[in-house]
Design a protein around this ligand. Structure first.
Ligand SMILES: [Ca+2]
Ligand SMILES: [Ca+2]
Length: 470
């Protein structure tokens, strides 16, 4: 397993000139560059006209018409205002010359489905081409999915995606990247509130907020990265990956999602690191559910190689749960590392329940190490069934059952800081930090997969239990 590191999220750059710019590729004639030597900058504004040339002063009117002008290297800036259209970007960039469809700096273009577009689980925005960057938009009020990243190598960045009947964003194409976006109040077909529109009756199924899943090319979404997003109050799972390989779920804040906050299912080599995952005391969706859910629904593929490290987890009905779904009863945990996570008090009152619950199965090579489990409320720290599971150097606030015990455990209060706000949207990592006399300090195993902590601080040679290196 490799340690994932990423460059900083790109900051917005202002256009170099207000108007069509021509950039000749150095050393190439127009002819030798195959006609793609010109990188154009276009503009679109709700008050424009599709008969315009798309200049700053004479912008296009619709994103659809404007997007059809784009060739590799081009940038389209969308001015602030509301666009009522379904947008399919079918043009493609290249690795060296991607297409960019961006909010004009300092403005917010809104794509509004007005609760009538994208019916029957279609898409309000679809990126069917490749090497497209789509950034800075609010995308709202669709009857289907908010954004479907169909093609490979596409980027969604700094978008605000909400009030869709189905999924908020699905990263389907290989090498999709979704970052710095906010995804909330989606999957509203499953809304259980009397205040939801009367046409939205629960139908037994639900979508999710943000998922890497379901590549239409080969059924397997490979190498998707979902990082630095905020995902909350969705009426299904919040953040998930399924029918996928090598998904990165990193640095996200995920809370109060109806079905579960984070769900890994039918996925190989998922990397789940440095996320803040919690339920507040009074979720807007009306219930508290599982924080981290692991289960295979279909076994296509059977999950294997999941890594969960440096996550901060608080207040679920359970904080982590693996079970064998009845649709794939032979499911199991295989080659799984659960390390240096901090799990804090569930909200269950059932003394038989637990913060972590792993049902019995033919598990293979499961490592549960260096986790901090604080459970002051009634439930246990862990319920674990039979299987090939290795426990080492975990901190339990109260003694676990024998199957989860190890000689290098710490049993006792972790002395967490537990400072700062805890309300929905306000909780931060500071709540989970260690205090100077915490018995978690210096008691963890050295692990090559955990070189830093939740905050990005490097681990020292005597690493600490949990997600914070003191
Ligand atoms: Ca694929
Ligand atoms: Ca240390």
């Amino acid at each position: 397993m490799s340690f994932h590191q990423f460059p900083r999220i790109e900051t917005e750059r202002a256009p170099v000139s207000a108007g069509r710019s021509l950039l000749l590729i150095a050393g190439m004639s127009l002819a030798s560059a195959g006609g793609n030597a010109v990188a154009a900058t276009y503009y679109v504004a709700p008050g424009g006209s599709d008969a315009n040339p798309g200049s700053f002063d004479r912008p296009f009117k619709t994103l659809t018409a404007a997007s059809r002008k784009l060739v590799p290297g081009d940038t389209l800036y969308a001015r602030g205002g509301t666009y009522v259209e379904r947008l399919v970007i079918s043009k493609s960039g290249t690795a060296a010359a991607p297409l960019a469809v961006r909010a004009y700096p300092g403005e917010t273009p809104v794509i509004d489905g007005q609760n009538r577009l994208a019916a029957n689980w279609s898409n309000l925005v679809a990126l069917t081409g490749t090497y497209i960057e789509f950034s800075g938009f609010e995308v709202r009020n669709g009857l289907g999915q908010g954004i479907n990243m169909v093609g490979p190598h596409n980027i969604v960045r700094r978008c605000d995606v909400h009030h869709h009947a189905a999924r908020g964003i699905i990263a389907a194409g290989d090498y999709s990247l979704v970052e710095a976006s906010t995804i909330w109040w989606n999957a509203t077909d499953n809304c259980r509130l009397s205040t939801c529109p009367p046409t939205k009756t629960p139908n037994g199924g639900w979508g999710s907020g943000l998922s890497a899943a379901k590549d239409p090319v080969d059924g397997l979404t490979q190498h998707a990265v979902l990082r630095g997003n905020t995902v909350f109050n969705n009426w299904g799972e919040g953040l998930s990956t399924f029918q996928a390989d090598d998904t990165t779920l990193e640095g996200n804040v995920v809370y109060d999602n109806w079905a579960a906050n984070l769900y890994v299912s039918d996925a190989t080599n998922a990397w789940v690191a440095g996320n803040l995952i919690y339920f507040s005391a009074n979720p807007a969706v009306g219930r508290v559910a599982i924080n981290i859910a692991l289960a295979d629904e279909k076994g296509t593929p059977a999950s294997r190689g999941t890594t969960l490290v440096n996550n901060l987890v608080k207040g679920g009905s359970l904080n982590l749960k693996w079970w064998a779904d009845r649709r794939f009863p032979q499911g199991k945990l295989q080659d799984v590392l659960i390390a240096n996570n901090t799990f804090v008090d569930t909200q269950s009152t059932n003394v038989q329940s637990a913060s972590l619950a792993i049902d019995a199965a033919a598990h293979v090579n499961v490592q549960i190490r260096n986790n901090l489990v604080k459970q002051d409320t009634a439930p246990r720290c862990i319920n674990v069934g039979a299987g090939d599971i290795t426990f080492s150097a975990n901190l339990w606030s109260k003694a676990p059952n024998a199957a989860a015990s190890a000689g290098n455990d710490v049993v006792g209060s972790p002395q967490l800081a537990q400072t700062g706000p805890v309300a929905a949207g306000a909780l931060t990592g500071d709540y989970f930090t260690l205090t100077p006399t915490s018995p978690a300090i210096g008691r963890a195993d050295l692990l090559s997969d955990v070189l830093d902590d939740y905050f990005g601080t490097p681990r020292d040679t005597t690493p600490d239990i949990g997600a914070d290196e003191f």
